[in-house]
Design a protein around this ligand. Structure first.
Ligand SMILES: NC(=O)c1ccc[n+]([C@@H]2O[C@H](COP(=O)([O-])OP(=O)(O)OC[C@H]3O[C@@H](n4cnc5c(N)ncnc54)[C@H](OP(=O)(O)O)[C@@H]3O)[C@@H](O)[C@H]2O)c1
Length: 214
C-alpha cells in the first residue's frame, strides 16, 4: 500500500507539493482550518487526495509543514505534536515577519533558527528543513532554462534526510546537499532571504540556486 503524506498548510506550497506527492503515487491529505477553500484543488487532485484538519494531516506517514511562520506554532499545536512522533516532517517554512509589509523581515537568529524552533515544538519528530529556497510554483519542477536547481537540507536524523533526498530526486532536483544538523537551518533560511530580495529587486519569481564545483 502506498504511503500517505499529510500537508499542514493550504497555501501555494501545500497545494503544489500535494500535487507533486500525488504524482509520485502517495495518498495526500491537506490539512487546513477552512476545507472549503480547497475544493478547486481537490477537484484537480483526484481520488487519492483528501482534505482534513491539521491533525488529520499529522496522522499521515510523512508530514509536510507549510504554514505562515507566525501561525506555525499554533498549527503544530492544533495538529498534535504526538501525532508526528517518529515521523519524517519536511519543514518548508521560513521565519518571515510581514508585519511591516513586503518585503518581509527575517525573524530568526543564528542561535535559534526557525528550523530548530520547529524541531523543539515537535520534539519526537524527525524534522528536515527542505524546499525553502525556491518558490512554490517551481518546487516540483526544478529544471529551469539555466540549469537544474540544487537543494540544501538540514536536520538531525540521517535516515530522514535520505528519505527527503529521494523525494527531491524523484521531482528532478539536481544535487541534494545535506548541510548538517537542524541548527544549519539558519543558513538555509538566510538563503531564502537572498532569494526573496532578489525577487523584489528584479520582480522575478522563478529563480533558484545552483552549486557549481570545479
Ligand atoms: N510561497 C512560496 O513560494 C514559498 C517558498 C518557500 C517557502 N515558503 C514558506 O512556506 C510556508 C507556506 O507558504 P505558503 O505561501 O504556501 O502559505 P502561507 O500563506 O504562508 O501559509 C498558509 C498556511 O498557513 C496557515 N496559517 C496561517 N495563519 C495561521 C494561524 N494563525 N494558525 C494556524 N495556521 C495558520 C494557513 O492555515 P489555513 O489553511 O487554515 O488557512 C495556511 O494553511 C511559509 O512559511 C513560507 O515562508 C513559501
Amino acid at each position: 500500500m502506498s504511503k500517505s503524506v499529510g500537508i499542514i498548510g493550504s497555501g501555494g506550497v501545500g497545494k503544489t507539493l500535494g500535487l507533486g506527492f500525488l504524482k509520485q503515487g502517495y495518498n495526500v491529505t491537506i490539512g487546513t482550518r477552512d476545507p472549503a477553500k480547497l475544493k478547486e484543488w481537490k477537484d484537480k487532485a483526484g481520488e487519492k487526495a483528501s482534505i482534513g484538519s491539521f491533525a488529520d494531516a499529522a496522522r499521515c506517514d510523512i508530514v509536510v509543514l507549510a504554514t505562515l511562520w507566525t501561525g506555525t506554532k499554533s498549527a503544530i499545536d492544533q495538529a498534535g505534536p504526538d501525532n508526528m512522533k517518529g515521523k519524517v516532517v519536511i519543514n518548508v517554512t521560513n521565519p518571515l515577519d510581514f508585519s511591516a509589509g513586503p518585503p518581509p523581515r527575517f525573524a530568526a537568529t543564528v542561535e535559534n533558527p526557525g528550523g530548530a524552533q520547529v524541531q523543539a515544538w515537535i520534539p519526537g519528530a524527525r524534522v528536515v528543513k527542505a524546499f525553502n529556497t525556491i518558490s512554490a510554483n517551481i518546487m516540483i519542477q526544478p529544471k529551469l532554462e539555466d540549469g537544474t536547481a540544487d537543494l540544501f537540507i538540514a536536520g538531525n536524523d540521517e535516515a530522514a534526510k535520505k528519505e527527503v533526498t529521494a523525494i527531491a530526486q524523484a521531482w528532478g532536483w539536481g544535487s541534494v546537499n545535506d548541510m548538517g544538523d537542524i541548527l544549519m537551518s539558519f543558513w538555509l533560511e538566510t538563503f531564502a532571504m537572498l532569494w526573496i530580495y532578489f525577487g523584489f529587486k528584479n520582480n522575478h519569481w522563478t529563480h533558484a540556486f545552483k552549486l557549481l564545483r570545479k
